[in-house]
Design a protein around this ligand. Structure first.
Ligand SMILES: [Zn+2]
Length: 244
């Protein structure tokens, strides 16, 4: 195998490391994004809970106002009870008074229940606030750690990129162009080995798409230092067992 194919194989090996380092950098930064989202969703939940409390308080105020006007009604009914002229009138006012009283006690219970809800919700808010603070601290810690590892990964990436550039320089513009295009299509996998099909002498397949490759292809690779591409997937094929 000549310098063209050897160069491509070497470039593929550096390309793999370059992609792995880039993925590592993305993964390390993704933790920060995930935790930021977590803090945001906790904050949204807290806002929603606060709004709920606000609405419950409005409802309470409305009921208290109603209760006040009904209490006034009760005072009036009591006054009419004292001035009732007949037994029938007295009984009618008394019934009204008792009904109003019963209704008032229902409203009072309702208010108490709503206030209890507010109390529970407020306790939940305190707990949510605590969680937010805790999560924020975790986020800050992750951020600091991420910055540290990210700069390490970036330095590593720079080194690998320099290596890549050096290998790329040894290739012709045309070869490099083919490599880049195929790598773009196959997520970095531009150069693949030809594999001998199991149990079949003289039968070969592309290590990328696993479709058959002719023996003629293999012969060409053995005798010439040229780019040969899989007729099916267009990846650059090389002979197996090649060392970069
Ligand atoms: Zn193929």
């Amino acid at each position: 195998m000549g310098p063209v194919l050897n160069g491509l194989i070497k470039l593929q090996s550096v390309e793999n490391r370059l992609r792995a380092a880039k993925a590592q950098l993305t993964r390390c930064r993704r933790n920060v994004v995930i935790q930021e989202n977590h803090v945001r969703s906790l904050q949204n939940a807290l806002e929603a809970k606060k709004e709920e409390i606000q609405l419950t308080r409005i409802q309470c105020d409305r009921l208290e106002l109603e209760l006040k006007s009904r209490d006034e009604q009760i005072s009036k009914l009591r006054a009419s009870l004292n001035v009732a002229k007949t037994n029938k009138e007295y009984a009618a006012v008394l019934t009204q008074l008792n009904t109003t009283k019963a209704d008032n006690s229902k409203i009072e219970t309702q208010i108490l229940e709503l206030l209890k809800d507010v109390e529970t919700d407020e306790a939940e808010c305190v707990e949510m606030q605590r969680q937010i603070e805790e999560q924020k601290q975790t986020l800050e810690k992750t951020r600091r750690e991420t910055e540290l590892s990210a700069s390490k990964y970036e330095a590593e990436l720079e080194k690998i990129q320099a290596e890549w550039d050096k290998v790329a320089e040894t290739l012709s513009e045309e070869s490099l162009g083919v490599f880049k295009r195929v790598a773009e299509t196959y997520d970095g996998q531009a150069v693949v080995e030809i594999e001998q099909q199991e149990g079949k002498a003289g039968a070969y397949s592309c290590g990328g798409c696993f479709m058959g490759v002719t023996a003629e292809c293999v012969n060409l690779l053995m005798t010439r230092d040229e780019i040969i591409r899989c007729p099916n997937c267009t990846r650059i094929v090389v002979l197996g067992g090649s060392e970069a």
